[in-house]
Design a protein around this ligand. Structure first.
Ligand code: NDP
Ligand code: NHF
Length: 323
């Protein structure tokens, strides 16, 4: 079985550069998706409590381990702490539930999903959790609890997701362990150049989510610009005789970032995986620059605009895009 290219994180642990995203993959299809992805060569799975499918992913992984073709140590499994569990004592509780659901013994990487917190909720309680923001819970408290998970070896690495420069700066001032990554939306309409510069300076790796513009998102609006339909991307795709998605994935890979892409379709799972293979095709410098510097549209697909009133809503500089 093939394996994927890796990047070294600031704690000297390697992370596979391409991850399979698992958001919005339903119970009925997730098992096939996991099996397909592993057979094609993916070794990095990007999961989250929020996605509601960790139990099904765990069942599928357990089947794969039993077949003996793949071992736990071959995989890099990421999950995320949901906003309802930011209180110090909740962090470990959710982490243990996630590890049990995923049947994976430990997590390779655990991220704080968003910098803002929701009202405290017991993760053992199956009632619908509240998503009202609680501005009193500080993510510094959450980070301290995340660090204990490393000491306890429940997780190998810890990181952030959707944090801006100022918020990362606050973590860096008090942390015992630096975040290894910050997972954020990245594609040519949301290139995150300043954040990349800041993170590089602090040896924090950026992970790109929604690299294809979250194509089938339910909150799509009529006038949203679609990155897969972008004329520059399409003309470069024609030149290399590949689909536009391949150009968008190579754009992330060639920036040496981790790329988290979701597909629930076998052909596209395979096609996306091939993009990390340098022999498949490479963008030349001129084309890379056309994508990175010449495309002027700026757009964020995952704006979570219903949380824009939160004190720690991270995208203040993007408020012009929120109606
Ligand atoms: N930390 C965070 O807050 C967030 C993290 N994420 C993570 O990042 C992952 C990826 O982001 P996501 O929002 O899902 O968006 P993506 O940009 O990965 O787009 C996924 C969509 O693109 C389609 N697609 C996949 N491959 C191709 C292809 N080769 N050609 C054309 N269409 C394709 C998929 O359809 P199909 O399945 O039919 O192939 C799906 O509808 C998530 O699954 C999740 O793991 C995402 C959002 C926020
Ligand atoms: O991971 C995620 C998937 O998409 C959701 C909808 O935008 C986000 O809120 C969440 O962070």
């Amino acid at each position: 079985m093939s394996s994927s290219r890796s990047i070294l994180m600031n704690n000297n642990i390697e992370i596979p550069q391409l991850a399979l995203g698992t958001y919005d993959i339903g119970e009925e299809e997730i098992s096939n998706v996991i099996e397909s992805a592993l057979s094609v060569g993916y070794r990095h799975l990007d999961c989250a409590w929020l996605y509601g499918n960790e139990k099904e992913i765990g069942a599928s992984l357990s089947q794969q381990f039993q077949k003996g073709e793949i071992k736990r140590s071959d995989l890099f499994i990421t999950s995320k702490l949901w906003c309802s569990f930011h209180k110090f004592e909740r962090v470990r509780q959710q982490c243990v539930i996630t590890i049990n659901d995923l049947q994976c013994q430990y997590l390779d990487l655990f991220l704080i999903h968003w910098p803002f917190a929701f009202v405290d909720h017991d993760p053992q309680n199956n009632e619908e959790h509240q998503s009202n923001v609680d501005d009193e819970i500080d993510f510094i408290e959450t980070w301290k609890a995340m660090e204990l998970l490393v000491d306890e070896r429940l997780v190998k690495s810890i990181g952030l997701s959707n944090f801006n420069e100022e918020q990362i700066g606050r973590i860096l001032q008090t942390c015992k362990y630096k975040p290894v990554v910050n997972q954020v939306e990245i594609h040519p309409y949301c290139p995150q150049i300043e954040l990349e510069y800041f993170c590089k300076k602090h040896q924090i790796l950026l992970e790109a989510y929604a690299p294809l513009g979250a194509k089938n998102r339910q909150w799509k609006k009529e006038n949203d610009p679609e990155i897969l339909e972008d004329k520059t991307i399409k003309s470069i795709a024609d030149k290399y005789n590949v689909p536009p998605a391949a150009i968008l994935l190579r754009y992330i890979i060639d920036r040496n970032l981790v790329c988290v892409v979701k597909s629930a379709n076998y052909q596209r799972i395979e096609q996306n995986f091939q993009c990390i293979n340098q022999n498949h095709f490479q963008l030349d410098e001129e084309d890379f620059n056309k994508i990175h510097n010449d495309i002027q549209i700026r757009f964020r697909y995952h704006q979570v605009e219903d949380k824009k009133y939160a004190k720690e809503y991270p995208f203040k500089q993007w408020k012009d895009f929120i109606p």
